[in-house]
Design a binder for this molecule. Structure first.
Ligand code: EPU
Length: 353
């Protein structure tokens, strides 16, 4: 049953653009200057299927969302595919849940805002994460004890080889920490066109992470609106606004390492933040803490640096080159490895170079 308030929240406007030598500076949150040889934007999934019938997919292509996880080291000498599909509709509901389908091009935080506005629970802890809905299953975005996988019901996509529509259940997405089948076996093989989220009509709150509970209680009653506001307040206090200071959120993933290696670090240092993981015999450490211990927090070298409030965030102070950020990231990786024997892996996707 396609009904509802949600259906009329967006006026669907069809748009297809195929452009040459297109500037991507405002399409990546690092604000790095880069050009795409060709740029294909569409607002309906059929347009991609038609495009794929007409044109052979070039060897080099890049599927882009909100650009909040991309680092351009050079121009992109290929085709950028930009699925700017709008719309949030209520797909169906049952006694406990409302299933909302959101287009890949919807701003993630707009979806969270809408869900909270209509009293639907499940996404509130993921407030203010930059980027678009299409990237949420690929990256399995997460924050404050919640991951997108907890709420993703279905992922709809187009197969780039055949132009056919595909649908993935939550299980088929093979979600893990900042990971999914779309980053592995199916990497670059399909374009996510929409995601169906399963949201609670009778929300249960998740407040265990860090200072979240404290901040919610400071705001008053424990409800969806206050949780969203508390998450926004915490994020704004630690993470720089990409509109003001170029960054891509966490630059590295938190390392998941053998428990005995983690234990040596925990024994040797005071108050080491660490977390249990679903993998037995593994512990997740906080990369931000490891980087801070190596003295990088607040470091600046010319146009690039390490954020003063969250060492996991690398920043472009303006006019930086992607290669400068990569050099800084390499130095950080080396020093963390030398001090702790832990290898940090980038969370951002490094393009070109
Ligand atoms: N910490 C430090 N120094 C720092 C940064 C962090 O000691 O400079 C310590 C904190 O005190 C805390 C622990 O490390 O004990 C974890 O820090 P925080 O709560 O800030 O979270 P995080 O592990 O650094 C992850 C996600 C963030 C997400 C937050 C909140 C990853 C790679 N990052 O960061 O996601 O917002 O948790 O849930 O998992 C992103 O992916 O872009 C992102 C911002």
């Amino acid at each position: 049953m396609y009904f509802s308030i949600f259906a009329c929240l967006f006026i669907l406007k069809k748009m297809i653009r195929l452009l040459n030598n297109y500037e991507l500076t405002t399409y990546n949150t690092f604000g790095l200057r880069a050009y795409a040889k060709r740029f294909f934007e569409f607002t309906e999934s059929e347009e991609l299927s038609i495009f794929l019938q007409r044109e052979k997919l070039p060897e080099k292509y890049l599927i882009m969302g909100g650009g909040s996880n991309l680092l351009f080291q050079s121009d992109f000498d290929g085709l950028v595919i930009f699925p700017n599909i709008p719309g949030v509709v209520e797909e169906h509901e049952d006694r406990s849940f409302t299933y909302l389908e959101a287009g890949a091009g919807v701003e993630w935080d707009e979806l969270v805002r809408l869900s909270v506005h209509y009293g639907l629970g499940g996404l509130e802890n993921l407030s203010l994460i930059p980027g678009k809905v299409g990237a949420s299953p690929v990256q399995n975005i997460g924050a404050y004890g919640v991951e997108a996988k907890d709420r993703i019901h279905l992922v709809r996509a187009i197969d780039l080889a055949t132009g056919q529509r595909l649908e993935f259940t939550n299980e088929q997405c093979r979600f893990a920490y900042r990971d999914s089948v779309f980053k592995n076996e199916l990497k670059n093989k399909l374009v996510v066109t929409s995601v169906v989220f399963k949201l609670d009509k009778f929300p249960e709150f998740k407040l265990e992470y860090g200072a979240l509970k404290q901040e919610v209680e400071r705001l008053g009653e424990v409800n969806l609106v206050n949780i969203r506001q508390a998450v926004i307040n915490i994020r704004e206090s630690k993470l720089p606004d990409p509109q003001k200071l170029g960054n891509a959120g966490s630059f590295f993933k938190n390392p998941v390492i053998d428990a005995h290696v983690a234990q040596q670090i925990i024994d040797n240092y005071e108050r080491v933040p660490h977390y249990q993981t679903p993998d037995e015999g593994k512990i997740k450490l906080a990369a931000g803490w490891l980087i801070e211990q190596c003295g990088w927090k607040g470091y600046r070298d010319g146009n690039v640096g390490v954020h003063a409030d969250q060492a996991l965030v690398l920043v472009n102070y303006g006019g930086a080159k992607g290669s400068e950020l990569v050099q800084l990231a390499n130095k950080i990786q080396t020093s963390v490895f030398d001090k702790f024997g832990v290898k940090l892996m980038p969370e951002v996707n490094i393009i070109g170079g």
